[in-house]
Design a protein around this ligand. Structure first.
Ligand code: DAH
Length: 338
């Protein structure tokens, strides 16, 4: 094969290879080396070219030069195309609609707590917070749970040290507030509480409470009842009925538990209310004189009421969720539904 034939052969080979080059660095580099690299096909044609006589050189020189230029241009083009695809600029289509992104929202229990707080704020209650790590004094002693009092067993406590614990209820915020403010006091205290309980579908070791406290001159149980009633009708709907059952808490006397008529069956009896027609929503009572006196508030002059409710349970009831653990697992597929 003479040089002219070989040149034509290289040209058609180059055309075929060019159509197969992939848009990767390696593929482009292989192509470049094969044709215009120092040991490539075109430089080798030029080496043979230098051995030709002048007439032959005139005949082939031009063709060879065009092949060399075409090969260099092809390499330049595929290198440019590769660089563009890497910077991504040419790939971006500005006319496409934006990618939608998910906006977060408040946890269902936070939504319930906010709603509870909003209703009481309308009635003039302020919001107070207290620490989750408490001392025995605030969590028990000042709330009229003396040492060794059996009522301490009602609340399985996580102790950190003898005297330091994770609060088992939000009632210690009552004490903290009464120690720093003088009556009239009207506060709500939402927050997390902790109990060392067996975990199952109905109880978890962490949950929430919203505590309420009102202390002033001549506060009566009647005011407590009407306040709870106004709250329950706003929260659960105006047709809800209430029932106060006598109960016991060391820090209130008298004490009661509050039931609402079942929000599913309206009181006829169903699975949710275990066929009683009633659902328990909170504990409440008149603040025990010992508690007022411990906080330096004269129990002869002042009286007060307090209540405590569980927004987790209320959230479960509201949405018909049958396992409290779902509220604390942080599973986004569950939480997105609310
Ligand atoms: N602290 C009580 C508990 O965790 C709930 C409670 C009951 C709070 C009666 C109160 C109250 O303020 O008056 O079981």
């Amino acid at each position: 094969m003479n040089l002219l034939e070989r040149t034509n052969e290289v040209r058609s080979q180059l055309k075929e290879d060019l159509s197969k080059v992939q848009n990767t660095f390696q593929s482009i580099e292989d192509f470049r080396l094969k044709y215009i690299g120092k040991k490539g096909l075109i430089p080798s044609l030029f080496r043979d070219f230098s051995a030709l006589c002048a007439t032959e050189k005139r005949e082939i020189g031009k063709i060879l030069n065009i092949l060399k230029k075409d090969a260099e241009k092809a390499v330049q083009n595929i290198q440019d195309r590769f660089a563009d695809s890497q910077s991504g600029e040419d790939e971006f289509d500005y006319t496409l609609p934006g990618v939608p992104f998910n906006r977060g929202h408040l946890h269902p229990v936070t939504q319930t707590m906010n709603r509870i707080c909003d209703i009481f704020k309308e009635m003039g209650f302020g919001i107070e917070f207290g620490p989750e790590v408490e001392t025995d004094f605030y969590n028990f002693q000042a709330l009229n749970f003396p040492d060794n009092h059996p009522a301490r067993d009602m609340q399985d406590t996580f102790f950190i040290e003898d005297d330091i614990l994770l609060r088992t209820h939000t009632s210690p915020v009552q004490i903290r507030t009464m120690l720093k403010q003088k009556p009239p006091i009207r506060i709500l205290a939402p927050g997390r509480v902790f109990r060392n309980e067996a975990i199952n579908s109905r109880s978890y070791c962490v949950f929430h409470q919203v505590e309420g406290l009102y202390v002033d001159e001549n506060v009566t149980f009647g005011e407590l009842k009407v306040t709870i009633e106004v709250f329950a009708k706003k929260f659960f709907g105006k047709d809800v009925k209430l029932r106060f059952r006598p109960s016991y808490f060391p820090f209130t006397e008298p004490s009661a538990e509050v039931d609402i008529s079942c929000i599913i069956c309206g009181g006829k009896g169903c699975r949710l209310c275990k066929h009683t027609g009633w659902l328990e929503i909170m504990g409440c009572g008149m603040v025990h004189p010992n508690v007022l006196n411990t906080c330096g508030i004269d129990s002869e002059k002042y009286s007060g009421y307090a209540f405590g409710m569980g927004p987790d349970r209320i959230t479960l009831l509201k949405y018909g969720i049958n396992d409290i653990r779902l509220l604390f697992e942080g599973d986004i597929r569950f939480l997105r539904q609310f």
